[in-house]
Write a protein that binds this ligand. Sequence first.
Ligand code: 5MM
Length: 343
Amino acid sequence: MKQTLEDIANAMVAPGKGILAADESTGTIKKRFDSINVESTEEARRDYREMLFSTKSAMRKNISGVILFDETIRQSSANGKQTLVEMMQSSGSIPGIKVDAGAQGMAGFKGEKITDGLDGLRARLKGYHRLGARFAKWRAVIDIAPGTPTYGCIRANAHALARYAALCQENGIVPIVEPEVLMDGPVAAHSIERCYDVTERTLKIVFSELYEARVNLEGIVLKPNMIVPGKNAAKPASAVQVADMTVKCLKACVPTAVPGIAFLSGGQSDIEATEHLSLMNSRHDVPWNLTFSYGRALQAAALKAWGGIPANVKAAQAAFAHRAAMNGLASKGKWTTAIEKAT
Ligand code: 5MM
């Protein structure tokens, strides 16, 4: 039976499950591999991602879908027996694809960025659908610094997100709408209150643009930042404060028609990202499923344990399965430090 956009979106945010962001572009994965002294070849990238996608317990129980990069959606396993897409499908996980072409300097807006990738997007989406993708991702980047972000930058990024989302839905693909207010930009000295204000403004404009573009909100997943201070902020925030302010901001901005919100980790530590998500779910009643769509916070421990050495695959898979399980608990508000340490 054909799945509707709503079916797919609901499956992506099912309780206990969340999304693995493994869509690092070639430059970003190189940086990750540099940190473990591994050369970023096509084969090494395949081996690393195959290791994650073949972690059966995590993929079956806690990973509803995986965001892939263009190279990965076309790759096969090392033994050539199946494509990586088939591998994740066999565990019941949905393949997704990053379709933006990255954030570039925005002409006329010094220090601000606009995400590229709308040209030819309709044809690319049709191709990705044939390859098995049932959801996509587009990330807009909003940086906080003295005098920025400007309305012009937020508006242009929100408009692009809305045009992308409409094209995805036209092609049977659920759009993940990711407007990321950075916590680790070049300055990143802002307070948690400033993050709240900028995120609120950004989300208000994004949902206005989605409405104008006639996007069906029941068939999207929102991927926002949490409300956190910049990484160089003078004053830290408590985990409870992050959870409460994030939920308050989302309640002020996100229509209840949206089935789910899957957060990015944005530079938080693994444990912080898990704790914040769990506190949101345990402390608040919300009309959406709140879950994770983490890149770094799901992969960091596994990447380190792997180190590019085949003999470490089992340990790395155990590290990935552990993080996925902890975040699965957090999506139900059931994670605790005691469970984190005991398992
Ligand atoms: C996996 O990282 C994605 C970005 O890669 P590029 O910068 O190479 O395009 C990124 O979009 C990611 O999906 C989100 O930002 C969430 O990742 P984090 O690490 O913030 O949870």
